[in-house]
Design a binder for this molecule. Sequence first.
Ligand code: ARG
Length: 471
Amino acid sequence: MSEAKTPWSGRFERTPGEFQQRFGASLGVDARLYAEDIAGSIAHARMLGARHILSAEDVESIETGLREILADIEAGRFALDLGDEDIHMAIEGELTRRIGDAGKRLHTARSRNDQVATDLRMYAKRKACEVLGAIDELRATLVRRAEENLEVVMPGYTHLQKAQPVVFAHHLLAYFWMLTRDVERVRHAYAAADALPLGSAALAGTTFDIDRRAVARELGFQSVVPNSLDAVSDRDFALDLAFACALGMVHLSRMAEEIVLWSSEEFGFVTLDDEWSTGSSIMPQKKNPDFAELVRGKTGRAVGDLVALLVMLKGLPLAYDKDMQEDKEPLFDGVDTYLDCLQAVDGMVATMRVNASRMRADAEGGFMAATDLADYLAAHGVAFREAHELVGALVLMCEREGRTLQDLSLDELRAVSPVFGDDVLRIREIESVVGRRSSEGGTAPGRVREQLELAAERLAEDERWRSKHVA
Ligand code: ARG
């Protein structure tokens, strides 16, 4: 039996055993909230001072003590005692060891329930900004690589079968917009976390005449949570962030999958930098896209983290329940995983060599001008369904004879439909197939250039948001 003294020892005749202590503790996980916990406590103490609930001397020594603890933790001079239940008890206990009775007064008008909710919201806001920064790094890389590859023609796919050619820039920018939606989701999570629970105490508010708005201002919260029960039992902000991470990871996983495909000998569209590849312990020739595969593989973790949070919260009665202590590990893991994977994908995309001639050569195959031949007939009065049939027959013929649509002579085309004129010979060329897809949002280089401008503007706008919100 451990003789650890608990904060509730007045009510208890015996203390929990070692197992119960370990089973109930969260310090190993929540220690990383130390900076938020200290900032929250300082703001709380100052408010108590301003409201004459604590004396100015007490507030002064609490603040000094907490700042010293922060500095000591950061310098590695203070190792948290794993005998403490959580980071809140650990810091408060250390403060009291250092400053005496004033430390025991810090918890006036506060509960760990509103304390932990506050710490976690601050953490979520800080990490949301960090994630946004990492997404922006990758988006900037995508824009840069798109600028470099504006004229590089590659096959576009549906069902992973060659469909119509696109420029590589267009393909890269598709990911830019996908990631832009991720930015919106992370910002939503930021906004969801941006209200202060502190001052709700255990669940019902407090008998002390506190000033929640002053604490909110000091800690950089937009508002205060209006209902004390909701304040201590809401973890939606954590779920929002975990969801943003999970879907962000799903997006990175799709990108990673393409990197794996593209870097295979079969595709050969890109060559990964040596720094972003690994070899084989047995096969000397191998160069493997391990990091892309890991991003794909780690997506399961982020999705699992989200599911763990959803299930943890399901069925919890108001207000705080100890189940909620299980919120931190998945949230931390989801965010950490996503941050690492953003960095990995950014590194791969930034440094991969684009094999433009291979992409261009591959765009010759797959009869990718077929839609254009059908469009040509349709534009000249043939009903599109009929045009589709006629060109389908041409494709079948080419396939049997091992030829391409570009190999067919004008006579052969005209034998299928007299509507074909000699201008079709230019129209079926791959550059023209790409260049004529100039509808808004299409792959024609002119349109992609327009898109690049939009992307750059959007990136600049989002960077401005970030510079105003960095927590
Ligand atoms: N370690 C706890 C958690 O993370 C802090 C809140 C504890 N509150 C309580 N009433 N036991 O949720």
